[in-house]
Write a protein that binds this ligand. Sequence first.
Ligand SMILES: NC(=O)c1ccc[n+]([C@@H]2O[C@H](COP(=O)([O-])OP(=O)(O)OC[C@H]3O[C@@H](n4cnc5c(N)ncnc54)[C@H](O)[C@@H]3O)[C@@H](O)[C@H]2O)c1
Length: 431
Amino acid sequence: MLAQAQSEPASPVSANDHIQIALIGAGGQGQGDTKVALQVPGVKLVAVADCYDGRLQHSKELWGDDIFTTKEYSQILERKDVDAVIVGTPDHWHKQVSIDAMKAGKDVYCEKPMIHLYSDGPEMIEASHANHRILQVGSQRVSSVIYIKAKEVLESGAIGQLNMVTARWDRNSSIGAWNYTVPLDASTETCDWPTFLGTAPKIPFNAEHFFQWRKWKAYGSGVAGDLFVHLFSGTHFITNAHGPTRAMATGGLRFWKDGRDVPDVMLGLFDYPQGFNLSLRVNFVNGGEENEGLLFTGSEGTMEIAGNSLIVSRVPREKDPGLMIGTFTNAMQKEIREQYMEKYPRVHPMGAPQIGYERYVAAEGYSDSYDHFHNFFASVRSRQPVVEDAVFGYRAAGAALLSNLSYDNGTVVHWDPEAMKLEDKFAKKTT
Ligand SMILES: NC(=O)c1ccc[n+]([C@@H]2O[C@H](COP(=O)([O-])OP(=O)(O)OC[C@H]3O[C@@H](n4cnc5c(N)ncnc54)[C@H](O)[C@@H]3O)[C@@H](O)[C@H]2O)c1
């Protein structure tokens, strides 16, 4: 079943059905996203905006000289031949580029985390509604066949009542810890530093800030915004939960002490009103290979997502309470046993075995990013809502950033996941 999903023939698309896209923010993820987006039938790239010349030049190398390139994304939004944009900028630009694009009539695929500041969320939701634009956030796991299967398994009751979700994302490499290579020609000639800074504090040109922006809060959102957000998106999609009501996080900067202002180890604990707890971990010094996974624990079994597979283990609790009588007199043991056998008579086992183990594996080469773009473009055509819309995106990123608030302030943080509101004392600080 999982193998089937991507091999469906694409419905025929006539020339005038083409969706023309532009990329704003052509770095690692923006270029990667665009390569996947262009695999979806009927999608064409017409323009690219970025603040670094080298990436604009490489965009032409990748997609041809006909691609319009610019350092000013407003020039892309003015174009009538652009239907939708991919926003692959650093986090601190997500809101403004997305809102400007929606106001210009473009649909938006905005990379995660949707927000950088809490005030971004309501503004983006409002812009999407007011301009009748599709906004899909880029936590691609929400479109994964593995996550869809996990959602079905949980809904079927196969693991009973969910009480805990434990998820992790560990790494132990310099690139994994965001020390991305700075190109040799990085300078104010090749990089549009004022535009890159945007609303961030004005400081002199710094190539590390430009190319390794995740290491500073002014542009990125720490490990919570970078990686917890994927784990929240997955958890919310699978459980149908809207978010935690209480969050607490701790951690520290343990190894990558290179001037960054965010921790490289973080642990977060979250209470969900549905009656389960979520525990998250990111460790950039894990002494092993990069690995990511989510474990869902229920009263009747567990369900684990690891890479492109889902493992369901069912060990339902015994119906009989059992006896612990060996220390009593023989007579007492006999009497208790007789009463017990009357109350819980032995029955011959019937039907399917109670204990079970199932493994679902996605087809070789399966890409959840492809399905995520496929879903996005299907909505761009049909105008039907996407699953990971601005509300979903705000609930996932809003939940993730509670960890930073808790870590920075050394306190528990409360959040209303339905109204998407922080408790008052933090609401004032973070807008
Ligand atoms: N979904 C995923 O799995 C995934 C993976 C990696 C990154 N991301 C997200 O993608 C986004 C980009 O990350 P990245 O690793 O590609 O960063 P990057 O630094 O490689 O690329 C960002 C690019 O944006 C450009 N830029 C900055 N401000 C701009 C502006 N105002 N107008 C136009 N271009 C601008 C920069 O010049 C840079 O080339 C981040 O939000 C990140 O969280 C998502």
